[in-house]
Design a protein around this ligand. Structure first.
Ligand SMILES: [Zn+2]
Length: 167
């Protein structure tokens, strides 16, 4: 019941991923239709329900353009789990503020980068020009397209693919 289900807006735009239990609830209350049923059937004592992998809302939801939330996890994902100073893949990555906070640097996408412990130590809360370090990529806010938002689910390589592409 915990498998992820892709939720499409009424115009087929992918807008969310929810758990199977919630998806079935939306279908049973008439709020959503099943689009893809690739997972067989769930049996309860008295009934059986198809197990959806993609559903579509009956009514269009209007909402602002989605944005990727600025979290440690998302910073590492944007930076491909790679230190943005030395290029090393490191499991102990930290989020570095390019212009340190105590010098007025903001906590925003343009001012954060994944850094390995040794680069973090070398930088030591100073400005890049002071320590003669450079970033491999200019940090920017990642585009909140469907592939970026939902691409970490393995279903993207299968049943979800036609619904994700192009959004
Ligand atoms: Zn490094």
């Amino acid at each position: 019941m915990h498998e992820p289900v892709l939720v499409l807006n009424a115009n087929f735009e992918p807008i969310n991923v929810c758990a199977m239990r919630r998806a079935i609830g939306l279908i049973l209350t008439g709020k959503a239709d099943m689009v893809v049923n690739g997972r067989g059937v769930i049996h309860t004592v008295s009934q059986s329900f198809p197990r959806p992998s993609v559903i579509r809302l009956e009514n269009m939801i209007h909402r602002p353009r989605p944005r990727v939330k600025l979290t440690r996890r998302e910073v590492f994902r944007r930076d491909h789990y790679t230190c943005q100073y030395c290029g090393r893949r490191d499991t102990g990555l930290t989020v570095d503020h390019v212009l340190p906070k105590h010098l007025g640097g903001e906590h925003c996408w343009d001012n954060v980068a994944a850094a390995c412990p040794s680069c973090n130590h070398r930088k030591g809360g100073r400005r890049l020009d002071e320590v003669h370090m450079t970033l491999m990529h200019k940090p920017v806010e990642p585009p909140a397209n469907a592939m970026y938002l939902f691409g970490h689910h393995e279903e993207v390589d299968g049943e979800w693919q036609p619904f994700i592409q192009g959004w």
